[in-house]
Design a protein around this ligand. Structure first.
Ligand SMILES: *[C@@H]1O[C@H](CO)[C@@H](O)[C@H](O)[C@H]1NC(C)=O
Ligand SMILES: *[C@@H]1O[C@H](CO)[C@@H](O)[C@H](O)[C@H]1NC(C)=O
Ligand SMILES: *[C@@H]1O[C@H](CO)[C@@H](O)[C@H](O)[C@H]1NC(C)=O
Ligand SMILES: [Zn+2]
Length: 414
């Protein structure tokens, strides 16, 4: 009987929206290595959420803390004289404001999108389907697998011909469910390649393989139930979900991965345990012989990250990766002064093993592999407010143009 009641409580709880009432966000500013060590202690607590991951180096970081842990959290920071300020008093209020602006965005006909709101997975699919119907000579959709909850995983191929001989740029986004700006960015790239006359040259010499939402179960869950869900939705014994960007079979479960099911960086029971990562790895492998560049969009560390994530050592072509990123970033900053950091994932952000980027570089031999970390929503929001999406994605597209130009110059012999 007791078990039955527990079961009912548990299932009804998951059907409801998770509340972040009175969760606070602190901006914490470590000023020496010892401070970083203290913060690392908190990072192991699954109830304390480092929004951008804890930086290895001394940099401010935003941390979301539930009401019952706030006084202890503040006490420990005070005790170690670590500077912090509260930047958000009630996370639930921010979620409600975001929901409000989402609902205020002008509604579009089915298959149409704009860049003043974050779209649901079915709307993303409808957009891709419309493009494939309107431009069958340029666009092919492919369902490359099923998610854990049986959603269709879809990629879009953009090619102006050439019998599958042209170099490929592979782009994806949305591997982390809650990073909504990433699918928005990827949709903008698709939109520019196919619906802007100015970017027609970008599909002349290069074929594109693009996946806007890698983790649709998680993405939908952030819209319906838990705004801060990051992982997949596979069932666990105690906690659900695996961090798909720790689940790739390249230095799996190395530094920056957790073997605790409840952690946001849980690498999974085995490499490629998740249908989403296994399916992605097969697609990357299939195109690898002509893929020259792999770009995986995330937020919110505002950085270009190249391999490795599992070690502080640099990969063989680090100079090339770095100087190309510098050139691309310069094009972004020329728009409006926005600056992104550039470096290896391990060295400028934090250790992260088993990422899609390290795997694309190390296992699929794609030498130009980057994790593109888009900006957060100012000091105190997670994602940008919907009305700021367009500014970010248009800037970033200037950086993508530089990438395209480089791949074209280096690798297309047409
Ligand atoms: C997905 O579909 C398969 C085959 O129909 C089914 O066995 C499985 O239970 C479904 N998974 C979920 C999570 O609904
Ligand atoms: C990638 O880099 C390695 C080592 O730097 C080199 O041997 C290989 O030819 C490169 N691959 C491509 C496709 O350029
Ligand atoms: C450029 O920056 C200004 C001031 O920060 C901002 O108001 C404007 O929206 C930005 N424009 C774009 C395109 O991001
Ligand atoms: Zn991410």
């Amino acid at each position: 009987m007791r078990l039955l009641i527990l079961f009912i409580l548990a299932t009804s709880a998951t059907a409801q929206k998770i509340s972040y009432e009175n969760y606070k966000v602190y901006q914490v500013v470590p000023s020496n290595e010892k401070h970083v060590e203290v913060l690392k202690m908190f990072e192991d607590n699954p109830n304390i959420d480092f929004w951008t991951g804890l930086y290895r180096s001394i940099q401010p970081v935003n941390v979301m803390v539930p009401p019952k842990l706030q006084s202890k959290f503040e006490a420990i920071l005070n005790q170690h004289k670590i500077y912090y300020k509260m930047v958000l008093e009630n996370v639930e209020k921010m979620i409600n404001e975001e929901r409000q602006s989402q609902s205020e965005a002008a509604s579009k006909a089915s298959g149409e999108i704009s860049f003043d709101k974050y779209y649901r997975y079915s709307e993303v699919q409808d957009y891709l389907i419309r493009l494939s119907r309107e431009k069958p000579d340029l666009v092919k959709l492919e369902n490359y697998g099923l998610s854990y909850e049986n959603r269709t995983l879809t990629l879009i191929r953009v090619s102006s011909g050439g019998n599958d001989k042209k170099p490929v740029i592979f782009v994806d986004g949305g591997i982390h469910a809650r990073e909504w700006i990433a699918p928005a960015q990827v949709l903008y790239i698709i939109n520019q390649l196919l619906e802007s006359s100015e970017s027609q040259n970008m599909i002349q010499n290069i074929d594109w393989v693009i996946i806007p939402v890698l983790n649709p179960d998680g993405y939908e869950y952030t819209h319906t139930t838990d705004r801060f869900w990051r992982k997949t939705r596979s069932k666990g014994a105690v906690c659900d979900g695996v961090d798909p960007n720790r689940n790739f079979d390249y230095h799996w479960m190395g530094p920056g991965s957790s073997n605790d099911e409840c952690s946001n960086t849980y690498a999974g029971p085995t490499p490629f345990s998740e249908p989403e990562t296994l399916a992605l790895s097969k697609v990357i492998k299939r195109f690898a012989h002509r893929t020259k560049m792999y770009l995986s969009f995330h937020s919110a560390a505002k950085s270009y990250l190249y391999p490795w994530g599992y070690t502080s050592e640099l990969p063989p072509n680090a100079d090339e990766l770095h100087s190309l990123a510098v050139e691309s970033e310069r094009a972004i900053s020329a728009v409006n002064g926005t600056r992104y950091k550039i470096g290896s994932s391990f060295n400028i952000l934090s250790p992260a093993s088993g990422s899609s980027r390290d795997w694309a570089y190390g296992a699929a031999a794609i030498n130009l592999s980057y994790t593109m970390e888009l900006p957060p929503g100012g000091e105190n929001r997670f994602d940008l407010p919907p009305e700021e999406i367009l500014g970010v994605v248009t800037e970033m597209f200037e950086g993508v143009k530089v990438f395209h130009e480089y791949v074209k110059e280096e690798y297309s012999k047409i």
